[in-house]
Every structure is written in structure tokens, then in C-alpha cells.
Design a protein around this ligand. Structure first.
Ligand code: AMP
Ligand code: ZN
Length: 484
């Protein structure tokens, strides 16, 4: 499998420290608010990656942190504490906020068919481990105490800018306009490992440490959690592209200085989901959450399908129109599969193998999910038995995770029920709706076709289209859906 590695800026053959085993780490959510669907794009793509690694025969140990302390509104050591901000907003304690939004995050993940990692570790549960790492970094002189805080000394590293596609000005942490420079820092990219001088009078969570009562910086939590649960050699580290700098750069700095050897061999970053007018935001405009999608009548899995249609390294623009297009394609696929009889013939191993091979070729090429999705269409068009088609869809959907077979089976059941009631000809709406006027027109068209009056049949199809209704002929009837 070839994967793009952000640390080397090229596609590389994916290899692991231990054969057939992947140690995988994912930066988890900061639980001060609901995740927006941009955050969830990253988690969907990481889920596909994990599932494909398993499909390819690897045993995967996937670890995720929950950031419930230390993350400031800027990814550098500036701005407000995100958790405090959430607690103030909702008049709750930081721990109440953390629990509430952790649960909300996993509820969203379940709706998007995202598997929970083997290990999920809240950052606040590992304070002693961070203290041990910070102490070691001080002993090794990679860290220093200044103004009450412990800083990592980036000047001690032979190489700091690992993801150096960034321009120098992007890296100018602490020299942004309106942000006061931290004069304690020896180098402008030094970062806090442990705060004892809280900038916040109401800092809620504090722990005793050899340097005084305080709390950990954001970056140290991911190093600490990964070192504990993934061990000293990490094969794959994931996150959204905004995590690359400074977060991941700082993780590499502190983990490798602590260990004394290279740490993670493969860095995998998901590009952003943006709105048409720019960045996705939790505070400006519409706050795009899974609940909002549901309120507007969208199936969260249609959003997953929308994400799969784009490559993870390309920015993706979210508009309702783009989502509607994905919904249309998704529903059409379900209808097409529903029109295939799973009991038709036997599973043909050679045909199944060939279809699976197409899927592997797409995924082995830097997890090309848009091409993998087209394999669904190839399966439906293939000169193979119905049983083979269903088996192929189920096999690749175990990775892509849009529940095509489950949805198509439900559609078949609805069609069978309707057919019983209708003496053999079923009319079903793909979204489960019923509309007597539309259904009557569809039946008139079927009558016209039976009478070989094709001009009338076409006229009715066009009339339905003018009403915003698209129809698909399937075996034993017709399915329909609204297109506007
Ligand atoms: P946070 O909860 O802010 O720590 O972010 C959780 C994850 O979402 C991280 O991996 C981020 O890199 C990622 N992320 C943040 N914004 C976006 C976005 N607009 N599109 C895709 N991923 C994002
Ligand atoms: Zn992280």
C-alpha cells in the first residue's frame, strides 16, 4: 500500500516496525463543544484508513486521546483555555463539559459508522506520565524553566521543522499581530510543556508537580498517551492538516528527545472541509453538526458518502447543494443494489476476486476513496450473479462503511411488502415517503408501457421530472425520489 507521508512529502510504500501489525495514533477531539462536520471528516477518513489496514491483513492497535485540558484557542500557547471557555458558556464545571461533549462525540461517530479506537484516553488521566517525560527532558537539557513554566528548547534540536512545506511566516508563532510575545521563550518556537503560571485566574484543573501546582501543555498529552499505549515505535500518526504545525511538530520534538531515537515513521494528514466562504467554524455562521444534518432530514451516512467521494488530501467544499448531489448518488446506488436479487446464482470466486482487486488497487494508491466508490458502480454493472454482486458490495463496504447492503436489504423488504399489496408491481420511494399522486402517475406510466404506448410513458416520466421526481425502473417495480 502506498500512502503519502507528510514528513517526507512523498507517497511511500507503507511499512511497519513489526510485520503485520500497525501501531496507530489519532489526535482526538477537544471536548469543549460539539464536533463540527469538518472535524468529523478527519475522523471518517481515519476510520476508513484503519478499516482498510485491517482489510489488508494488519492487526491494528489504534489509540486516541480526548483533549480535556491544556488546549488554548490558538494552537500555540496563546489565547483562552478552550475547556474554560466551554464551561463558562454553559455554566458548568470543566469536567461536566468534558463528559458531555465526549459522549456527544462518540454518539456522532456511531451515526457516521466510525469505529471507536481500541484505546481512548482522556488527557487528564495521565498527568504522572507527562510529569515523568517533562522531568526526563529537563534532565537531558531539552527543556528549561522560565517564569514558572517549563518550556521545550527547540534550539537544542538539529532539525525542528519536520513538515517544512510551511512557509517561515506560518511558523512565526508568538509574533502574530495582537499577540503578546512570551519573553520567557529562548527561541520563538519553544513551547510550554508544563504551566505553573496560569494565565487564567479561574484555571479549573491543576495538579501538583516538581515545578509547582499547574497543568500540562497540549502537545505533551499526545506524546505521553501514545508512548504509553503504542510503545516506543509508532507506525502511523493521524490528524487534520491544521495539527501538523505546531502540534505534531512539537510532538516529534519532545517524543524523539525523550526516547533518543526516531519515533513515528508515517504522518497522515486529512485536508480541511471548508464552507464556500472559508473556514468551518464553531462560532460563526451555521454551526454544522451531525444533529443539524439530521434536523434537516439528511442521513449521516450520506455525509460519510459525500466525504468518500473526495480524496483525503484535497480540500473539500461543503455546500448543501454538494451534499444533495451526494445524497442523490447514494440513494441511486442503494436503489440499484436493491434491484439485484441476492439469491440469484452462487457467489463466483473469480468474479468476486476481480472486483475486490479493483478496490484494493484504488485503496493501495494513497487511499483513493473516490476511485473505491466507483467500484460500487462497477460491481453493479459487472457480468456476475446477483449473489456475487451482493458479496462484493458487502466486502468493500466493510471498509467504506456506508451500509449499502443493509439499506438495500431494507429497500427490498419495503418493495416486497408493496408488491404484495399491489399485485406484483411495487412503487417505492427511496427515502421511505409515500405520495399517492406521484404513485398513481407511476402506475399510469407502467400501464402505458404494458400497452406499448411508449410516448405516453415518456410523457408521464417527463411530467414527474417537472415536478422534481426522478424514477428508476427496478425489477418488479419502480423506485422514486425527489430531486429538488
Ligand atoms: P479539535 O477538536 O479542534 O482538536 O480537532 C479535532 C480534529 O479535527 C483534529 O484532527 C483537527 O485537525 C481536525 N479538524 C479541525 N478542523 C477541520 C476541518 N475544517 N476539516 C477537517 N478536519 C478538521
Ligand atoms: Zn495530538
Amino acid at each position: 500500500m502506498y500512502l503519502y507521508n507528510s514528513a517526507t512529502h512523498k507517497k511511500e510504500l507503507f511499512t511497519t516496525h513489526t510485520p503485520e501489525h500497525v501501531e496507530m495514533y489519532t489526535c482526538g477531539p477537544t471536548v469543549y463543544h460539539f464536533a463540527h462536520i469538518g472535524n468529523l471528516r478527519s475522523y471518517i477518513m481515519e476510520d476508513v484508513l484503519e478499516k482498510y489496514l485491517r482489510f489488508a491483513g494488519y492487526d491494528v492497535n489504534r489509540v486516541m486521546n480526548i483533549t480535556d485540558v491544556g488546549h488554548l484557542t490558538s494552537d500555540a500557547d496563546e489565547g483562552e483555555d478552550k475547556m474554560l471557555k466551554g464551561a463558562r458558556r454553559e455554566h458548568k464545571t470543566v469536567m461536566e463539559i468534558a463528559q458531555y461533549y465526549t459522549d456527544a462525540f462518540f454518539a456522532d461517530c456511531a451515526k457516521l459508522n466510525i469505529k471507536t479506537p481500541n484505546v481512548v484516553q482522556p488527557a487528564t488521566g495521565m498527568i504522572d506520565d507527562y510529569i515523568h517525560i517533562v522531568q526526563t527532558l529537563l534532565e537531558k537539557e531539552y527543556a528549561y524553566l522560565a517564569g514558572g513554566n517549563v518550556y521545550f528548547d527547540t534550539g537544542k534540536l538539529p532539525r525542528y521543522y519536520v513538515f517544512n512545506e510551511h512557509k517561515e511566516e506560518d511558523l512565526a508563532v508568538g509574533v502574530r499581530e495582537g499577540v503578546e510575545e512570551d519573553t520567557n521563550k529562548r527561541n520563538k518556537n519553544d513551547f510550554v510543556l508544563w504551566f505553573t503560571k496560569s494565565k487564567f485566574e479561574d484555571q479549573a484543573l491543576k495538579w501538583d508537580s516538581p515545578w509547582g501546582v499547574g497543568y500540562p501543555g497540549w502537545h505533551i498529552e499526545c506524546s505521553g498517551i501514545s508512548l504509553k499505549y503504542n510503545g516506543e515505535y509508532l507506525d502511523l500518526h493521524c490528524g487534520g492538516v491544521d495539527n501538523a504545525f505546531p502540534h505534531h511538530t512539537n510532538e516529534i520534538a519532545q517524543s524523539e528527545s525523550y526516547l533518543g531515537h526516531p519515533w513515528c515513521s508515517h504522518w497522515w494528514h486529512v485536508a480541511h472541509l471548508n464552507t464556500a466562504d472559508g473556514k468551518m467554524s464553531k462560532s460563526k455562521g451555521e454551526f454544522l453538526t451531525v444533529s443539524l444534518l439530521e434536523e434537516k432530514g439528511y442521513d449521516p451516512l450520506a455525509y460519510r458518502f459525500f466525504c468518500l467521494q473526495s480524496h483525503y488530501r484535497k480540500n473539500l467544499v461543503f455546500t448543501w447543494e454538494n451534499l444533495d448531489n451526494a445524497v442523490a448518488a447514494y440513494e441511486k446506488l442503494i436503489a440499484k443494489l436493491a434491484s439485484v436479487d441476492p439469491k440469484d446464482g452462487e457467489v463466483e470466486p473469480a468474479a468476486l476476486g476481480a472486483l475486490e482487486e479493483q478496490f484494493r488497487a484504488a485503496m493501495d494508491s494513497d487511499l483513493n476513496t473516490p476511485n473505491a466508490v466507483t467500484v460500487f458502480y462497477n460491481i453493479l454493472k459487472a457480468p456476475a450473479s446477483g449473489a456475487t454482486k451482493w458479496a462484493a458490495v458487502e466486502k468493500i463496504d466493510a471498509v467504506l462503511g456506508v451500509k449499502l447492503a443493509e439499506k438495500a436489504a431494507a429497500a427490498r423488504q419495503r418493495m416486497a411488502k408493496a408488491a404484495l399489496a399491489d399485485g406484483g408491481f411495487s412503487v417505492t420511494c427511496q427515502s421511505g415517503e409515500s405520495d399517492p399522486q406521484i404513485e398513481a402517475l407511476i402506475r399510469q406510466r407502467a400501464e402505458a408501457k404494458r400497452a406499448k404506448n411508449f410516448a405516453e410513458a415518456d410523457r408521464i416520466r417527463d411530467a414527474l421530472k417537472a415536478q422534481g421526481v426522478e424514477i428508476t425502473d427496478v425489477s418488479g417495480g419502480v423506485t422514486w425520489r425527489r430531486i429538488s
